[in-house]
Design a protein around this ligand. Structure first.
Ligand code: DC
Length: 215
């Protein structure tokens, strides 16, 4: 079984997918983390501006997840490192390199092969698994996504400026929706969820009920 979730940054896809995975005993695959691994390796190899070298590199690295949701790049736990500001600031252009996407899409299908998975990203419902059993588009208003990010930072002890976070979310939305390949899109066959006024538990329950209904 494949549950595919797409949506813009900050809509809560990671949190929701992780909780649904626990409840339904599915393997959770965070495809954004995979693009972040490529970005981290590009920084380490000092090849951020050289797409030919990035294309060569992506074929050589290994990316995997463990059952606790940790991300491994060449067997090193990079779960925290891939969330750095530096990685976040370069991952979008790297994820626009078409051969990088082809390689990661291949790997995403391989990781899911023979398993019951919940996979989230930007092109899972449209490119990676267009025939997924369940397809969701998880959305929230830009104001709410900014508010949630500011709150998350506050919990981590980081002060952040609302307007700065909002413009960076808007810039990422624009990039994610305007890629030549793998752009974030809404389609008629996705189940659309606007989580602006919903709690995490309400969204999880909504997805689990939908999966139960369609079964
Ligand atoms: O979900 P995230 O913020 O961790 O994703 C990191 C970047 O990777 C983001 O700029 C969008 C891109 N991405 C993508 O192009 N396709 C995916 N399936 C997942 C993420």
């Amino acid at each position: 079984m494949v549950i595919a979730i797409d949506g813009p940054c900050g809509a809560g896809k990671g949190t929701i997918a992780h909780l649904v995975a626990e409840k339904l005993n599915l393997v959770y695959i965070d495809t954004g983390a995979m693009y972040r691994c490529v970005a981290l390796q590009a920084i380490r190899d000092n090849i951020v501006d050289d797409s030919d070298k990035i294309i060569e590199m992506v074929k050589k690295i290994s990316i995997r997840f463990d059952e606790f949701g940790k991300t491994y790049l060449n067997d090193e736990d990079v779960s925290d490192l891939i969330r750095s500001k530096e990685v976040t600031s370069i991952v979008s252009p790297i994820s626009s390199i078409i051969p990088v996407r082809e390689e990661l899409v291949r790997l995403q299908r391989e990781l899911a092969s023979g398993l019951n998975v919940i996979m989230e990203g930007r092109d899972i419902t449209t490119v990676v698994f267009p025939n997924a059993d369940y397809k969701f588009y998880l959305d929230a208003s830009v104001e709410e996504r900014t508010r949630r990010r500011v709150e998350q930072n506050k919990e981590k002890g980081i002060f952040s400026d609302y307007d700065e976070i909002r413009s960076s979310i808007e810039a990422r939305d624009y990039n994610d929706m305007h890629k030549d390949v793998g752009a974030l899109k809404r389609t008629d066959d996705q189940i659309y969820i606007d989580s602006t006024d919903m709690s995490i538990d309400e969204v999880v329950e909504f997805i689990i009920n939908k999966v139960g209904e369609v079964k």
